[in-house]
Ligand binder design. Structure first.
Ligand code: FA5
Length: 348
């Protein structure tokens, strides 16, 4: 048989094998047998050396044609077999598109964060700035600059965790008053800020006291600020938090850094003022401490107290959250029990 006839024969055999094969594996075997480095075409071409120089390109060209035809046929068959394999797999697999998807467990902000952000939004709306202070504070700012010298009895009410004689975990957010006032440039306008954050006291933990809790300090300093401004501002806040029909009441109190000082009560949101278990039958609920900034506190921060006056308040958002959501023990906020926290998941 001539080389050309051998190639013809090889092509015919390979084409019928390709046609007959039903699996990708056996198709690959055919490819290796015919086109591979040690395959039959290579084998046939070894005989080229015995051909006359005129016949070599003729047979070489024919061999290339055979290789191209077989390559194309192998590719086409491969596609057919792959598609058939895919269809078979899909037929076996059943997908119920009506099944609900898997729910992703996405976190939500803590209820105390939500309450603090609600309060922050009210003050941002009134043009206040939010300024954060330091949780580890100097005795100087926490007490001295708030008009509470070393031997002052008011220190007993705010016993703290001391790092050394001069450094402590802040007992209230009030030190941010002094830190902000001493930096403020009144030629650029009045000072209006709130400062939310964690505070710490060596209090024994009970249903309404925690050794770590939150406060939101409020501070306004400008010319001609009065108790009326304080009352109006707190009324806006407390009505937003607890409902438009809430009334507020100021009771005389004492803080070394405000004069006069007040405790602020709101009319009970549960009974409307008639008396119930939430308000301990008084019709009122205590919500924060406040007052007109003591002139000494202004002066210690380098502010002329004959020209400027201001008000300040310190609100406990943990207590606000307890009242707003009827939580009867502050410790729930800090135990991280998901059964409790899940009740305050933000919807949406
Ligand atoms: C103060 O800390 C003052 N710095 C507030 C202030 C600021 C008055 C500016 C005047 C001007 P008092 O100790 O009352 O005040 O605390 C303020 C609020 O923090 C309380 O009304 C209460 O809501 C909350 N609070 C106090 N102690 C605890 C505690 N152990 N656990 C939870 N909340 C507390």
């Amino acid at each position: 048989m001539s080389l050309k006839e051998t190639l013809e024969q090889l092509k015919t055999d390979a084409l019928s094998k390709i046609e007959a094969t039903q699996t990708l594996d056996s198709l690959n075997e055919i490819r290796v047998q015919v086109l591979g480095k040690k395959g039959s075409i290579t084998e046939v071409l070894r005989g080229m050396k015995d051909l006359s120089p005129e016949m070599r390109p003729v047979i070489g060209g024919f061999a290339n044609e055979v290789r191209d035809t077989l390559t194309t046929e192998l590719e086409t068959k491969k596609e057919v077999l792959e598609e058939a394999a895919l269809n078979a797999a899909l037929e076996k697999e059943t997908i119920d598109v009506s099944l609900p998807g898997q729910e992703l467990n996405i976190g939500t902000s803590h209820i105390l964060t939500q309450v603090m952000e609600e309060i922050e939004d009210v003050f941002l709306g009134l043009g206040y700035e939010i300024i954060e202070g330091y949780e580890i504070e100097q005795d100087h700012y926490n007490f001295e600059r708030m008009n509470i010298p070393k031997d002052h009895p008011a220190r007993d009410m705010q016993d703290s965790f001391y790092i050394n004689d001069e450094i402590l975990l802040r007992t209230h957010t009030s030190p941010i008053q002094a830190r902000t006032m001493e930096k403020h440039d009144f030629s650029k306008g009045s000072l209006r800020m709130i400062s939310p954050g964690k505070v710490f006291r060596r209090d024994s933990d009970d249903a309404t006291h925690s050794h770590q809790f939150h406060q939101i300090e409020g501070l306004v300093v400008a010319e001609g600020i009065t108790m009326g401004d304080l009352k109006g501002t707190l009324e806006v806040l407390l009505k937003k938090l607890f409902g438009e029909d809430r009334e507020i009441r100021l009771r005389p109190s004492y803080f070394p850094f405000t004069e006069p000082s007040v405790e602020v009560d709101i009319s009970c949101f549960k009974c409307g003022g008639k008396g119930c278990n939430v308000c301990k039958q008084t019709g009122w609920i205590e919500i924060l401490g406040a007052g007109i900034i003591h002139p000494r506190v202004l002066e210690m921060s380098g502010i002329d107290s004959t020209k400027y006056s201001g008000f300040a308040f310190g609100l406990g958002p943990d207590r606000v959250a307890m009242l707003k959501y009827g939580v009867n023990d502050i410790r729930y906020f800090y135990q991280n029990d998901l059964r409790f926290l899940e009740q305050f998941r933000v919807k949406g």
